[in-house]
Design a protein around this ligand. Structure first.
Ligand code: SAH
Ligand code: SF4
Length: 347
């Protein structure tokens, strides 16, 4: 039988696995702490457990599923992209962004993505497979280990790397629950953000979870036919249904929703486009994040120039829509939004 990844187990499943090995119940908490508060990545480090248990665990489980294939650092040293190899030799990318008072990690949920947004490098590579909850978590643990060694902390986690989290809903939510588990990582829900292209049934399911986790929806246009061109998922989940689902989320959870909008020069950045967006979002408990489109190999168009980004932002503000301009980060190492594509493999 192939070895299982230990991070794929929740507390109860780990307890059951240990019971099968004849271990007392208190071992579960002991191992949980080793995995999720001490960030051990080798069974040999569990020195407070018997040697024969460590041997049985390493015979049955993988603890270290990610191999660092390559690390790229931006010129200012603040953005770091790691290309990891998975046990089946596929690759994913994870990006750490350091700010003055926070360290934010952008994690992947799939190898590639089936949604095919035209401007996104991950979409351009197609879909290969979904990650397990443990593979999602292992990205976080890698960087927690690294930051801990620098006496730093991870402060934010965004599910905005490769893939569409809501097409891998169960593994994504299992990873979120493991992050929040007070017996282990105890990571605050409010510091976690999940970004979706707009898979409506999953937005509805997420609404019912009633968690404090933030939700972001990638909009990119308030015009239905333009959005269908940019984001093919819009053909199945059109704005006329997506916006009411977002509204229902804010009304049922009383939580603000974020909308991501990548400005593409001459495509979705006019004053009319901003007015249409303001009209679409009017009265909603929301926030718009604007970013100038990052370049990707197979999409010829450019991000909007600064002046247009500011004008677009000002129009939204005039109409009472809260808006932030997101700075481009790590573009020169292809670590910016929509630039993750396991380039070493697919190039
Ligand atoms: N699949 C999810 C999350 C991953 S993509 C989603 O689409 O929301 C993370 C964000 O990067 C999304 O808002 C996506 O639209 C955006 N993005 C994709 N390609 C981009 C590009 N070339 N420039 C800027 N943002 C991009
Ligand atoms: Fe997939 Fe998101 Fe990229 Fe669209 S933007 S292709 S949904 S990763």
């Amino acid at each position: 039988m192939p070895k299982r990844l230990i991070y794929d187990l929740d507390f109860e499943a780990l307890g059951a696995a240990l019971a099968e090995l004849g271990e007392p119940a208190f071992r579960t908490q002991q191992l949980w702490e080793g995995l999720y508060t001490r960030f051990y990545n080798d069974f040999a480090q569990f020195s407070n457990t018997p040697k024969n248990l460590r041997d049985s665990l390493s015979a049955e489980f993988i603890i270290n599923p990610l191999h660092v294939q390559k690390t790229l650092l931006s010129q200012d040293g603040l953005t770091e992209k790691v290309l990891f190899t998975l046990p089946d030799n596929l690759s994913i990318e994870t990006v750490l962004m350091r700010y003055e008072r926070r360290n934010s990690l952008c994690i992947s949920t799939q190898v590639g993505c089936p949604m095919g947004c035209v401007f996104c490098a991950t979409g351009q590579m197609g879909f290969i497979r979904s990650l397990t909850s443990g593979e999602i978590l292992a990205q976080v643990l890698h960087f927690m280990r690294k930051l801990q060694a620098e006496s730093q902390n991870l402060t934010n986690i965004v599910y905005m790397g490769m893939g569409e989290p809501f097409l891998n809903y169960d593994a994504t939510m299992d990873s979120v629950r493991r992050l929040m588990d007070p017996r282990g990582l105890n990571f605050g829900a409010r510091r976690i953000t999940i970004s979706t292209v707009g898979i409506i049934p999953k937005i509805e399911q997420f609404t019912k979870e009633n968690l404090q986790v933030n939700l972001a929806v990638s909009l990119h246009s308030a015009d239905n036919s333009l959005r269908s061109q940019l984001v093919p998922a819009n053909r199945m989940f059109p704005l006329s249904k997506l916006i009411p689902a977002c509204k229902a989320y804010t009304e049922q959870t009383h939580r603000r929703i974020s909308f991501e909008y990548a400005l593409i020069d001459g495509v979705n950045d006019s004053r009319e486009a901003a007015l249409a967006l303001a009209g679409l979002l009017k009265g909603m408990l929301c926030h718009v994040n604007l970013i100038a489109l990052n370049p990707s190999k197979k999409y010829p168009l450019q991000g909007s120039p600064k002046a247009k980004v500011h004008a677009f932002s000002a129009t939204l503000e005039e109409h009472g829509i809260p808006v932030t301009i997101r700075l481009r980060r790590g573009v020169e190492i292809q670590a910016g939004c929509g630039q993750l594509a396991s380039s070493e493999i697919t190039a």
